[in-house]
Design a protein around this ligand. Structure first.
Ligand code: NAD
Ligand code: IPM
Ligand code: MN
Length: 367
């Protein structure tokens, strides 16, 4: 069989910078008996808008649908802030998620031992942390209708609608329970059932799926605001957290900081299986285009490199190589290598994006 195709969408800002380092890793595996891929590249976000007047062309959408996995850098930036909402860079990413039906967004927050002292929380609170947030990604208030800005009398009204069907809740709940079975066997579901009907339904459906299919997994429920507090107070109490699109967006950024930097956090967005049995999948760092440091060689490429490790694990059944890549990252951090986001002003000289990528490839080769 021919090599699986990997569609790379570097995007904007630091997206192309961190993706260049992932390319080195992909090439290293290809040249050293690891999996090899047919790599394709296309535009997304502002880069696509500049070239084609749209944040995602139909042709790029089609390639994403047909790829075995998609790897995305980041989209957005101040140059595009004034654009009409319908062509903003972020719409390109949201279109990919929606049309590929990538309903389960896996956002792990793992604390690398070498970074435990760099977290904004105390070492003992974060050391050994291994948390998985499962964020619903294709529904909820991001996509619900009605939406828009309308005029009512003499003022404007901004409208978005939180909407969840039973089946949308059930499928993401199953993803969370399945993951928990391979981890520590615990799921905490977060919503605001105290103030939102969609939250009441969320809680009921998650409980029903649990009782009918996953009694071996321990299930708890928490209001999302209290959950945010608990993530900061004692994150190690959690194994898998399952939550909706908006709460998941916010809670995963909070969890990111526990690990030291947004520049460390990968994600996988998974849909239903394709004909070849692989899930539709898009892998991307949790961080954005970081306009404040773009073009300066300062970006941390680890989140994007770890996103490729997730691709190896979840799309290509290459868990051993994924672990090997994660160990290489761990090794360079233990050796003291730091991009600027992983150090304080007094902590010495940071390495550049490409130095970090080269060191990870060297650690792979040495393993
Ligand atoms: P951001 O994640 O781009 O940046 C937040 C802060 O974290 C910045 O100070 C940045 O320098 C730092 N940072 C982020 N990634 C880093 C890395 N790899 N290495 C070192 N430092 C890093 O979030 P923002 O500033 O709120 O958003 C900027 C743009 O990115 C906006 O247009 C936003 O919509 C977009 N965005 C895109 C995605 C995505 O493509 N998935 C995600 C979030 C934000
Ligand atoms: C993320 C981002 C996106 C989101 C934006 C860029 C559309 O913040 O991936 O977390 O809100 O989902
Ligand atoms: Mn976000």
């Amino acid at each position: 069989p021919s090599d699986p195709t990997l569609l790379i969408l570097p995007g904007d800002g630091i997206g192309p910078e961190v993706m260049a380092e992932v390319r080195k890793v992909i090439e290293w595996f290809g040249a050293n008996g690891g999996p090899s891929f047919t790599v394709e590249e296309d535009l997304v976000g502002g880069a696509s808008y500049d070239a084609h007047g749209t944040p995602l062309t139909d042709a790029a959408m089609e390639r994403a649908q047909n790829a075995d996995a998609v790897l995305l850098g980041a989209v957005g930036g101040p140059a595009y802030d004034a654009l009409d909402f319908s062509v903003k860079p972020e719409r390109g990413l949201l279109r990919l998620r929606k049309e590929m039906d990538l309903f389960a967004n896996l956002r792990p927050a793992q604390c690398f031992e070498a970074l435990a002292d760099f977290s904004s929380l105390k070492r003992e609170v974060v050391s050994g942390l291994d948390l998985m947030i499962v964020r619903e990604l294709t529904s909820g208030i991001y996509f619900g209708e009605p939406r828009g800005i309308v005029r009512e009398g003499n003022e404007r009204v901004g409208i978005n609608t939180q909407r969840y069907t039973e089946s949308e809740i059930a499928r993401v709940a199953r993803s969370a329970f399945e993951l928990a079975r391979k981890r520590d066997g615990r799921v905490c579901s977060m919503e605001k059932a105290n103030v939102m009907e969609s939250g009441i339904l969320w809680r009921e459906v998650v409980q029903e799926i649990h009782d009918a299919e996953y009694q071996d997994v321990e299930l708890s429920h928490m209001y999302a605001d209290a959950g945010a507090m608990q993530i900061c107070r004692n994150p190690k109490q959690f194994d898998v957290i399952v939550t909706d699109n908006l709460f998941g967006d916010i809670l995963s950024d909070a969890a990111a900081m526990l690990t030291g930097s947004l520049g460390m956090l990968p994600s996988a967005s998974l849909g239903v299986p394709m004909e070849n049995g692989r899930p539709k999948a898009l892998y991307e760092p949790v961080h954005g285009s970081a306009p404040d440091i773009a073009g300066q060689g300062k970006a941390n490429p680890i989140a994007c490199i770890l996103s490729f490790a997730m691709a190896l694990r979840y799309s290509f059944d290459r868990g051993d190589e994924a672990t090997r890549l994660e160990s290489a990252v761990e090794k360079v951090l233990a050796d003291g290598l730091r991009t600027a986001d992983l150090m304080g002003p007094e902590d010495g000289t940071p390495v550049s994006t490409s130095q970090m990528g080269d060191a990870i490839v060297a650690a792979l080769a040495a393993a």
